[in-house]
Write a new protein. Structure first.
Length: 102
């Protein structure tokens, strides 16, 4: 035979209402864009928007960087840590997100 499960009993007299304070929502358009991050284990920085171009460096998972422009499925970037500029494939990176109530 299984033991009984005891649950607390709540009554209307013992429950209290939580106080919620409204915080004004800011518009997403007034905030700076969020950085991009690597979502693969690593992505190679290339000299041109091509998988066969010279490798200039490597960015590892969760590394943040700045994107300047897009060409097809390639992003022109600057590594914030090293200052290396080049191209990475867009399929291995994503932009951080925020929730906006516009």
């Amino acid at each position: 035979m299984l033991g009984a499960l005891a649950l607390p009993v709540l009554s209307a007299t013992t429950a209290t209402a939580a106080t919620v304070t409204a915080v004004p929502a800011s518009s997403c358009s007034s905030q700076p864009p969020l950085p991009y991050k690597v979502h693969a284990s690593a992505v190679t920085i290339r000299s041109k928007a091509s998988a066969t171009s010279t490798a200039l460096g490597v960015l590892y998972k969760s590394h943040k960087f700045t994107v300047h422009k897009k060409s097809g499925n390639w992003l022109s970037i600057t590594d914030k840590t090293t200052g290396v500029k080049g191209w990475v494939s867009a399929k291995y990176v994503y932009r951080d997100t925020r929730m906006c109530l516009d």
